[in-house]
Design a protein around this ligand. Structure first.
Ligand SMILES: C[S@@+](CC[C@H](N)C(=O)[O-])C[C@H]1O[C@@H](n2cnc3c(N)ncnc32)[C@H](O)[C@@H]1O
Length: 441
């Protein structure tokens, strides 16, 4: 809320906002714990040794931690920790609790001990430029294929998601320290990012508001800023999609359909399966722009397709009916799939194919895991093994594209089906009615 942000009183821990850059210099964690600067008062020696780490690993703090007093909302202190040498001088700062920092430093240690050349290597497949009506955006510098990995970046700033215990100006003091301690090129790249409120007093929070992603560190939600990724504009029919890899501290971007050279790359900032009105409301409220993407430019057509998608989804979720009493939404459908996907001509599987087609028409190729899953089980329900297995494979691939190699919570179902076969799955033959034999191959 910009009003709230602009009416608070400054009560920075040292009487004001940091205006000079802290002295750079390499400080090990154990040194940091024994230095006066920024160290919270009243910590026991056990706290100092245990919570700031013993300096036993190679991930080395470049500045002494700068910490708050104990805050009620987190029942702990929060500190700024900076590793300026991280990833060949890209640097990284985190504002978090000492306990999370301990975990974080172990994650960093893995990067230091076995650096992955793919991480922070780009962007090699896109360039940023001005896009009319959208500010800066990114365009592909080469043709890209469905599923292709486009980048893998670590954040330059991570901030514990807790807005209760500090005033915006107090918070800004710490966040500004976090940014000032980063190496100069990274700091400039961060400060050049777009803002929402244009209020210099809360500049860093303003940039975070317009540019951050959620990333768990040690199971605790943090806001993360990846400056290269920040230049990606929104589209409700995005041609790229990202997932987080918390253990690697990375944001991974992939193409969700084939992309032409010169085409703008986009991600969805919001849940793209909602109505045009809902999407527009969220984009306006959170990011202060009106979406002019194809789906939002023809909201009636888009909403009509989305209503069908949702109605069919609900019908497929319900396993109480069989082919003898199909729900109206499926029975009414005179959809006949195009030849390449015409595995089997039946109203139930035709409806499942139709849902896939609707997603493609809406540009939602990155969200096909659920429709592929429905299709797999629709065919299984009619004992059609080959297409069921084909769609099980596609569902798993789509899940991995959306949620990363582990595939999220549903991956196990498809992995099990691909391992054991669809015939053992509970859905096998479940949609067959009284004339079951009729459909056997
Ligand atoms: C994360 S930034 C994206 C990069 C930004 N265009 C820039 O110049 O750095 C988010 C901001 O970009 C703008 N933006 C993103 N997608 C847009 C779109 N589809 N149409 C218009 N503006 C958009 C909005 O101002 C939004 O707050």
């Amino acid at each position: 809320n910009p009003e709230a942000l602009s009416t608070v009183h400054a009560r920075g821990p040292d009487g004001g906002i940091v205006s000079t850059q802290p002295e750079p210099g390499v400080v090990s964690q154990s040194q940091a714990a024994s230095q006066g600067s920024g160290r919270p008062e009243g910590l026991s020696s056990e706290d100092k040794a245990g919570r700031f780490g013993s300096g036993h690993h190679g991930a080395t703090l470049s500045h002494p931690p700068v910490c708050t007093d104990v805050l009620a909302s987190v029942d702990d202190i929060l500190c700024v920790y900076t590793y300026a040498s991280f990833s060949d001088g890209r640097g990284i700062s985190i504002f978090t609790t000492p306990a999370v920092h301990e975990h974080f430093s172990q994650l960093l240690e893995r990067h230091y001990s076995s650096p992955d050349p793919d991480i922070n290597a780009g962007p090699s497949k896109w360039t940023s430029r001005f896009i009319r009506g959208k500010g800066i955006g990114v365009v592909a510098t080469t043709a890209l294929a469905y599923g292709e990995k486009l980048s893998s970046f670590t954040p330059v700033l991570l901030v514990l998601l807790d807005e209760q215990s500090l005033t915006p100006l107090e918070r800004e003091h710490y966040l500004r320290t976090a940014i000032l301690q980063l190496p100069a090129p990274t700091r400039s790249q961060f400060l050049a990012l777009t803002r929402i409120y244009d209020d210099d007093r809360i500049e860093v929070q303003d940039i975070i508001k317009a540019n951050s992603f959620e990333l768990q560190v040690g199971g605790i939600m943090h806001l993360a800023v990846f400056p290269e990724i920040s230049r990606l504009n929104h589209d409700c029919a995005p041609n790229a999609q990202y997932y987080m890899q918390p253990e690697a501290l990375t944001h991974v971007l992939r193409a969700t359909r084939d992309v032409r050279e010169g085409e703008e790359l986009s991600i969805s900032y919001i849940e793209p399966l909602g109505s045009a009105r809902k999407r527009g409301y969220h984009l306006k409220a959170a990011f202060h722009f009106m979406c002019g993407c194809d789906r939002c430019s023809d909201p009636d057509a888009s909403d009509a397709r989305m209503s069908k998608i949702h109605a069919l989804h609900d019908a497929f979720q319900d396993w109480s009916w069989t082919e003898d009493d199909v729900p109206e939404v499926i029975g009414d459908l005179s959809f006949s799939p195009p030849p390449p996907s015409k595995h089997y001509n039946h109203p139930i599987t035709n409806a499942a194919e139709y849902v896939i087609q609707l997603h493609n028409e809406e540009g939602l190729e990155g969200f096909l895991d659920t429709p592929f899953g429905h299709a797999a089980l629709a065919y299984a329900g009619l004992k059609q093994e080959k297409p069921a297995m084909l769609y099980a494979k596609k569902a798993l691939k789509a899940l991995r594209l959306r949620f990363g190699p582990a595939g999220g919570a549903n991956a196990e179902v498809w992995e099990g089906i691909l391992r054991d076969g669809i015939r053992k799955h509970w859905s096998w033959g479940k949609r067959l009615g009284g004339n079951e034999g009729h459909h056997e191959l």
